[in-house]
Design a protein around this ligand. Structure first.
Ligand SMILES: Nc1ncnc2c1ncn2[C@@H]1O[C@H](COP(=O)(O)OP(=O)(O)OP(=O)(O)O)[C@@H](O)[C@H]1O
Length: 893
């Protein structure tokens, strides 16, 4: 509600009390001076936007006297935009929100009516435009610029551009007085995106009119052009007011004169301008537009008349009733247009099909890519697994091949070992034969010499003696000769076997090295439990095969050991008899010459005589111990051989037995041989090939020959072996007879009897052999029976020489050691025990057996009682060297 009060009214004037000009007006909304642009827009125009895009026309115009803020309300400023800008912003925002379903087209024109002339504000260069009436009687603005766009920013730029072109001049009432009527038209065409035969098109227009203000000449003080402009403005506004008055008449029979001004003509006849704005208001009273009139008045009392007129206009306009309807244009296409519509539809269908096809292709390609990727991955996995399987198969084959080759070499080595032991057994057998023959020869020689002494002692009785006058025949029997030849042959065979073993052992080490590389490679290649299980089983099979081969080899070794033991027993018995004979003869010699015997020695001898059975018992016990210990060694050897090839360090073998086969050899040098990895196998070998001590009887006259012959056996065999480049090696049976030359330290040793004189070819090498023999003796410590005494009771250390050479060399010719009475020996021929020098060298017939000057002398060489007492040792000492390297293990029996 607006109350307009008359500032010139006098309340005390009773005469004019009934003539007051104060009046009250009712409007939809009334704003005071504090209202903002936003509030004015929301209350007046914002509600028109929704109807506009739905096909309803809308009109907003500002009316009022000059300087009251019409332009400010419609255009506003940059900081406070007016209804133009805010309406356009909301319009394009609403279009954008519904653009998915609807298709819009927006066009804009902006003109002004200045001094009853029309100017195009978007194209001022076009000059004044004329109003023309078409055949329908509608007024058209000829040449008006209509810009189509849906870009709000572009329309704003056009609006700003047009406002700059609008005519504004300063007056006394308003420094920025608009001298024209500005009409902004925004046409919105709306159409559904779905085309049909009957297409519905919505068309709506929005008019935003900033009218020029009515002005009084006294107020504006205009002169000249401004005065002329004001006259045109007032005339047009008067025409508009008249139209409004006419339209607001309720009697209905009214006449509206639109022709008084271009403003009213334009509003009536411009097609784009709904006629209902003015014309339809009259025709239909409701019109087809939602019209908003914003009346501006000044609060100043001086503008009372202008305010009253404005409010009167607004009040009248408020009484105008319009009938709003939606501007729908039902487009009924002609049959000829159906073709294009169908074509459009087909093209749309094709486009959609193509789009669907593209999406399908995209999905197909995507799925195909995924399928390809899966396929490639499967192929890669299959290839990888196949490659891995092939590699594993290859590794497995290599491993099996390595196992088989190792097993073959192991078997071959076992066979060679067996052959070697057979050879040793045969060698021992032949040596026994030769030794038996030599002992028999010695006995005969002793017997003959004893007879000869008896004859010289009692010539009368010698005539009756039936003993032979000539020395016994020393010619070898055929059996002995064959034995010597066989020995040579066996030694050559033994040498060949050793060489073959060396080659095989080298191959075995190479195979183990290859297997070691495979073993290092396998854990990296094994990637699955299945492969690991297969390899584990493979290793287990290999392990079992190894154990089987080892057990077979140990069985052979045991058999050979048992056979060897028999020979050892026989030779021990021989040696035992020889010792007894020596003791008895020496005792007889002492008695015959009435030599002084130390008390200790006498006691020992008595002890010896009191326990005659002890010796045989001792021998039996000793042999039994040998057997037991040997068998025990075999058992321990089995355990040690099981770990053959395993790394002896850090117990790796235990782990590998459950993971990988122990196919690797311990990294040691020469000891890295099959069956030589631990001390036990070597001990086993040495015990198995143990050669009984050769027995040499150096009797008078024939002792040298016997010794030489036996030594020649050693030398002859050695000479055969020395012809090979590896003759210096002390392996196997080779070292059995030739290892003396390798002793650097004095050791108790019993020289091998020489049998070389009767060996074929021995005569040619006799001289060389003697030289070598002397050389060896000079480096060794050859022990005879006196040497045993000289070395005291210490054990025979043969740790570095596994073969015990026992040479019991009696210093004096003795008769056979029987309990029967022995003839008295010649005092000059047999020196007493107390003599320092052994009688050996003084013996005209005795060979200089003790070649080394450092060697202890014979019995007589031992001057001290202590050493003499050692002669009490009746039985031989058998030392078996079990550990060739490292800590020597000596077994004493
Ligand atoms: N609400 C308002 N707040 C602040 N300033 C206003 C307001 N209304 C009008 N004015 C200021 O008053 C002056 C006159 O305003 P305006 O030009 O809009 O009047 P008008 O009615 O358009 O005049 P004319 O008819 O002469 O063009 C302007 O400087 C305008 O900035």
């Amino acid at each position: 509600m607006v109350v307009l009060m008359d500032p010139g009214e006098d309340p005390d004037d009773i005469l004019r009390a009934h003539r007051s000009r104060e009046k009250t007006y009712m409007f939809d909304v009334a704003f005071d001076c504090s209202a903002s642009q936003e509030e004015v827009y929301r209350a007046t125009t914002k509600g028109l936007i929704e109807g506009l895009i739905s096909g309803y026309n809308a009109t907003v115009f500002a009316y009022g006297p000059t300087g009251c803020g019409k332009t400010y309300t419609m255009l506003g400023t940059d900081r406070d935009p007016g209804i133009y800008v805010q309406t356009l912003n909301d319009l394009f925002r609403a279009i954008e929100e519904t653009s998915d379903d609807m298709q819009y087209s927006v066009s804009m024109s902006y003109l002004e009516i200045y001094n009853e002339m029309i100017r195009d504000l978007l194209n001022p260069a076009s000059g004044f435009l004329d109003l023309r009436e078409d055949f329908k009687g509608e007024i058209q603005v000829a040449g008006i610029t209509e810009v189509s766009t849906i870009n709000a920013r572009e329309i704003m730029e056009l609006l700003m551009k047009g406002n700059k072109q609008r005519t504004q001049e300063p007056t006394a009432a308003n420094q920025t007085s608009s001298r024209s009527h500005a009409v902004l038209q925004v046409a919105v065409r709306q159409q559904s995106r779905c085309r049909d035969v009957l297409q519905e098109v919505r068309f709506a227009r929005l008019f935003m009119i900033d009218l020029a203000g009515s002005e009084r000449a006294s107020q504006t003080q205009n002169r000249g052009q401004r005065l002329k402009e004001g006259a045109h403005i007032n005339r047009s506004l008067l025409a508009l007011g008249n139209c409004i008055n006419a339209l607001s008449e309720k009697n209905g029979n009214k006449y509206v004169n639109y022709r008084d001004s271009k403003l009213t003509r334009l509003l009536k006849h411009i097609p784009q301008i709904p006629s209902y704005l003015l014309f339809d208001w009259q025709d239909s009273l409701g019109g087809n537009s939602r019209t908003v009139m914003i009346a501006h008045i000044s609060p100043a009392s001086l503008a009372f008349e202008e305010s009253r007129n404005t409010l009167t206009y607004a009040d009248r306009a408020k009484s105008i009733r319009t009938r709003v309807k939606k501007n729908l244009l039902n487009v009924s296409y002609h049959i000829a247009q159906y073709t294009s519509i169908i074509a459009d539809l087909r093209s749309e269908i094709q486009r959609l099909k193509n789009k669907i096809s593209e999406q399908a292709d995209r999905q197909t390609s995507s799925s195909t890519e995924h399928a390809d990727i899966r396929h490639v991955q499967a192929q890669v996995q299959a290839h990888t697994s196949l490659q891995s399987r092939e590699e594993m198969d290859q590794l497995r084959e290599q491993l099996i091949q390595a196992f088989r080759q190792q097993m073959e070499i192991r078997k071959t080595l076992v066979e060679l070992e067996n052959c070697s032991m057979e050879i040793q057994s045969d060698t021992s057998k032949h040596l026994l034969t030769i030794t038996d023959w030599e002992q028999e020869q010695s006995r005969r020689a002793c017997k003959w010499q004893a007879e000869r002494r008896k004859e010289s002692a009692n010539k009368d009785e010698s005539e009756d003696c039936e003993s032979p006058e000539t020395p016994p025949d020393t010619a070898e029997t055929e059996e002995v000769t064959r034995a010597r030849h066989s020995l040579v042959t066996l030694m050559g065979e033994q040498k060949r076997i050793q060489k073959k073993k060396v080659v095989l052992e080298r191959q075995f080490r190479e195979l183990r090295e290859g297997a070691r590389r495979l073993e290092e490679l396998l854990p990296r290649r094994v990637s699955s439990d299945e492969q690991r299980e297969v390899l584990g089983l493979l290793c287990k099979v290999h392990e079992l095969e190894i154990e089987n081969a080892e057990m077979q080899s140990h069985t052979l070794l045991k058999d050979n050991l048992i056979r060897q033991k028999n020979y050892v027993v026989q030779r021990f018995e021989q040696h035992r008899h020889l010792c007894d004979e020596i003791i008895q003869q020496q005792r007889q010699f002492i008695n015959d010459h009435k030599l002084l015997v130390p008390q200790r020695l006498q006691q020992l001898y008595e002890m010896y005589c009191r326990e005659p059975d002890y010796r045989s018992m001792d021998r039996a016990v000793a042999l039994d111990k040998v057997s037991i210990c040997t068998l025990r060694d075999l058992e321990s050897d089995q355990e040690s051989v099981r770990t053959l090839g395993s790394d002896p360090q850090a117990g790796h073998s235990t782990t590998r037995r459950h993971t990988l086969p122990p196919i690797l050899a311990p990294p040691e040098g020469d000891s890295n041989r099959v069956f030589k990895n631990s001390p036990h196998p070597r001990r086993l070998r040495h015990t198995a090939v143990m050669t009984p001590p050769p027995i040499r009887i150096n009797g008078l006259g024939s002792q040298e020959g016997s010794s030489l012959r036996y030594s020649h056996l050693s030398h002859s065999v050695s000479s055969h072996l020395d012809s090979s480049p590896e003759s210096s090696s002390e392996t196997g049976a080779d070292a059995l007879l030739t290892c003396r030359g390798h002793l650097d330290t004095p050791r108790l040793r019993l020289p091998v009897p020489s049998l070389g004189r009767d060996v074929p070819g021995g005569a040619l090498k006799e001289q060389d052999f003697q030289a070598r023999r002397r050389k060896r003796r000079s480096r060794s410590f050859e022990v005879t029976g006196q040497a045993v005494m000289a070395q005291g009771l210490g054990p025979l250390d043969s740790s570095s020489d596994p073969h015990l050479h026992i040479s019991v060399q009696p210093t004096v010719p003795t008769l056979r050691p029987q309990l029967r009475p022995q003839p008295r020996p010649q005092p000059r021929a047999f020196p007493p025990l107390t003599r320092a020098k052994p009688p050996l060298n003084t013996n005209p017939t005795g060979p200089p057996i003790m070649a080394s000057g450092t060697s202890p002398g014979p019995l007589g060489h031992q001057g001290s009682h202590k050493r003499k007492a050692h002669l009490r040792l009746p039985q031989p000492l058998l030392h078996i060297s079990n550990v060739p390297t490292g800590v020597p293990r000596t077994r004493k029996h």
